[in-house]
Design a protein around this ligand. Structure first.
Ligand SMILES: NC(=O)c1ccc[n+]([C@@H]2O[C@H](COP(=O)([O-])OP(=O)(O)OC[C@H]3O[C@@H](n4cnc5c(N)ncnc54)[C@H](OP(=O)(O)O)[C@@H]3O)[C@@H](O)[C@H]2O)c1
Length: 264
């Protein structure tokens, strides 16, 4: 596998206003990519776009969109094309989690979680892939989670949404591996971002938090190697073996204990 050259490639990053997505933007701008930065926080995107284009001499545009709304992903892709910037690389990173007993969490919020984490990711991939295939090259990074590796009691919808991202991405890796388009499912463990402020549940933070830069560097290395999925961090990779080695009910019991509300 060859190392990807990002100079003059257009990269669309969702969830670019903070955390892992923001670090993807900074890292890829430094490697010479032009950027389309998508999130709801327009002011944060505008200042990041201005800073990165000034510092690295690249084109950077904000795409302000709420991916929980029907059609938002397709509209954002259409805007990218109208700017003359169909994505050569797509980083589907926007996402959030909820925590608590399933029946106690607002249904509309959990439905939005599925829309942002799964439906919008699937729609953007569907919009962006034909251009990559036509060029015979391209790459898609879909941000899943170590939460995808087993079911997650008290984060049932989040875990299931990330299992969708992992399975979907691995299937597309296999469909496209001989057509020049790389697909990677990235599985970060706990990472030091605003994610845990959004979840608002300390129980959801399992393990030591990695720096987002380390997660992004690991993802770009795994993409260069042509991997289908990658668990970021050695400790997380060791823990990722447990669901494969232990009986399913044992794993469910362990995770139920770790994530039970009031355990932190
Ligand atoms: N941090 C962790 O421990 C961890 C672990 C495993 C996986 N992950 C995954 O990593 C990804 C990035 O999360 P993070 O840790 O960087 O958290 P973060 O700092 O909270 O970033 C989340 C990003 O998603 C965007 N977003 C959320 N809802 C959106 C919506 N409706 N429409 C458009 N954009 C939306 C947010 O932007 P706006 O609020 O401006 O819209 C923000 O840029 C997520 O998919 C998350 O599930 C995180």
């Amino acid at each position: 596998m060859t190392t990807i050259n990002y100079i003059n490639q257009t990269v669309l990053i969702t969830g670019a206003s903070s955390g892992i997505g923001r670090v993807f933007a900074q890292t890829l701008a430094a490697r010479g990519a032009h950027l389309l930065l998508l999130a709801r926080s327009g002011a944060a995107l505008d200042s990041l776009a201005a800073e990165l284009s000034r510092r690295h001499g690249i084109r950077a545009h904000a795409l302000v969109a709420d991916l929980s709304l029907p059609g938002a992903a397709r509209d954002a892709h259409a805007q990218a094309c109208a700017l003359g910037m169909p994505p050569d690389v797509l980083v589907n990173n926007a996402g959030f989690a909820t925590h608590g007993r399933f029946e106690n969490i607002d249904l509309a919020r959990q439905a939005s979680e599925v829309t942002v984490n799964c439906t919008a990711l699937m729609e953007l991939t569907h919009c962006a892939l034909p251009h990559m295939l036509a060029q015979g090259r391209g790459a898609i990074i879909n941000v899943a989670s170590t939460a995808a590796l087993q079911p997650d009691p008290y984060m049932a919808v989040y875990g299931a949404s990330k299992a969708f991202v992992l399975a979907f991405s691995e299937a597309l890796w296999a469909e496209n591996r001989r057509r020049g388009v790389r697909v990677l499912a990235l599985c970060p463990g706990a990472t030091d971002t605003a994610f845990f402020d959004v979840v608002a549940a300390p129980e959801a933070a399992v393990g030591r938090r990695m720096a987002p830069q380390a997660v992004v560097d690991a993802a770009l290395r795994a993409l260069d190697q042509g991997r289908s999925s990658h668990v970021a961090g050695r400790q997380n990779r060791l823990l990722a073996w447990l669901p494969r080695l232990l009986p399913r009910e044992t794993v469910l019991g362990i995770v139920e204990n770790m994530l039970r509300p009031g355990q932190a």
